[in-house]
Design a binder for this molecule. Structure first.
Ligand code: KIV
Ligand code: ZN
Length: 421
């Protein structure tokens, strides 16, 4: 081995040896932040944006149970609701504010006086209250929704932040539809709300329109062009209309954002919001990304099921991280590989996200290795001379019933091997 090879190997070992999120930014530098300051805050909006799924509304008791589970999960911010929207939502925000102590509790308001006052009242008991206020900043929203002008929208944004500041120190401003907002105007309004006292600036891709590179460049544009941006936290808030919410959120963080707004299971109206479990596991698994979160990842699967059951909204089986099939292997080639070494086909240890174990699913696509593995798990030994016949019977059964469960397998073995088991 020549010297340069040794250097490369040493460096490679060093790179691999870094714990999640601790790689010291050698390939990446964030223009706005100290290299040590790489924590990304997780802002969960399951109880506000997520709960906007038609037919999935939650009552106060259910919301408090989920809020406590979110606290245990380790989120930094819980967006508890939109208090002006209904008396029930007001009460839920009040109850959550009184029930959790570690996370910041945030309430949504439009840039409207009575909304802000209502949000402030609902947050009275919160240990760490935040008001989230804002309005549409794209020309689409300004002209055809708000029927206003850029100048008036800027004035309204500033006035909203100033009013919210009278009630709480921590004020987040959202520039709704920032994804389709002209960057120069976006920078102007963001600079103005920072001067008015905003502590967090949220750059939502409300319609899920942006490409990751475009969204990342938008965040970078703000980092490079907004006076005072280094004093505040930039937040991503991406919707999933084109299936890009997760990718866009990560691009935002790579370009200077330090808060991700997301929901459990990616729930939310239309195609949903950024999925919390996906962004957290991406930052954990890609160790060269210098980002950490405070999330207790073993809680991801339990909270996914809690939210799904409480909302009555099933998780799609192939959902990344928390879907029923996320750690299930059904084709013969994959099963053989996983039985030999789990990492042949899994990049996440299921325990890491609170799943008991990977599963070897028996279907007509399964091979002998999988069948023998499952038979052994049942504690049954079959003579080598019987193995071909058992496999043939298994394939017949699998073609007929599609998924062969333990009970089906036991029955097949009993019938075929009588009276040996
Ligand atoms: O998608 C969005 O723009 C929002 C804002 C209200 C933050 O949910
Ligand atoms: Zn949203």
């Amino acid at each position: 081995m020549v010297n340069s090879d040794i250097v490369i190997c040493l460096f490679f070992d060093f790179y691999i040896a870094q714990p999640a999120g601790k790689f010291p930014g050698r390939f990446y530098s964030n223009p706005t932040q100290n290299i040590m300051d790489q924590k990304v805050n997780i802002f969960d909006t399951t109880l506000r944006d997520g709960e906007q799924v038609p037919g999935c509304g939650l009552n106060k008791k259910e919301k408090v149970i989920i809020a406590k589970a979110l606290e245990k999960l380790g989120v930094d911010v819980i967006e508890a609701g939109f208090p002006i929207s209904s008396p029930g939502d007001f009460e839920s925000v009040t109850a959550i504010a009184d029930s959790v102590s570690d996370p910041t509790v945030c309430a949504l308001s439009r840039a409207v006086e009575k909304d802000i006052e209502c949000a402030a009242e609902a947050l009275t008991k919160a240990k760490k209250p935040r008001i989230h206020t804002g309005l549409g900043t794209s020309d689409q929203h300004i002209f055809t929704k708000l029927r206003s002008t850029r100048e008036k929208v800027l004035e309204r944004g500033v006035a909203a932040v100033k009013l919210a500041k009278k009630y709480v120190e921590d004020v987040e401003f959202y520039a709704e539809d920032a994804g389709r907002t002209d960057n120069e105007y976006l920078a102007t309004i963001i600079e103005a709300v920072i001067a008015a006292g905003a502590t967090v600036v949220n750059i939502p891709d409300t319609t899920g329109y942006c490409l990751p590179e475009e969204y990342g460049q938008k965040i970078k544009y703000l980092v490079d062009n907004v006076k005072g941006i280094d004093r505040v936290t930039i937040s991503t808030h991406c919707h999933n209309d084109l299936g890009l919410a997760t990718a866009n959120s990560i691009a935002g963080v790579q370009n200077g954002a330090r808060q991700i707004e997301c929901t459990i299971n990616g729930c939310g109206e239309r195609a949903g919001n950024t999925s919390l479990e996906e962004v957290v596991m991406i930052m954990r698994k890609h160790r060269w990304l210098p980002f950490t979160t405070g999330i207790q990842t073993r809680q991801l699967f339990p909270i996914s099921r809690l939210v799904s059951e409480t909302m009555g909204m099933p998780v799609q089986p192939n959902k990344a991280i928390v879907g029923a099939n996320a750690f299930a292997h059904s084709s013969g080639i994959h099963q053989d590989g996983v039985i030999k070494n789990r990492e042949n086909y899994e990049i996440i240890d299921p325990h890491e996200v609170g799943v008991d174990e990977s599963s070897i699913v028996l279907t007509a696509r399964s091979g002998r290795a999988a069948l023998n593995f499952r038979i052994e798990k049942l504690g049954v030994e079959i003579p080598d001379s019987e193995k071909d016949a058992v496999y043939a019977k298994f394939l017949e059964l699998a073609d007929r019933i599609k998924l062969v469960q333990d009970d089906d397998l036991k029955e097949l073995l009993q019938t075929h091997l009588q009276p040996s088991i």
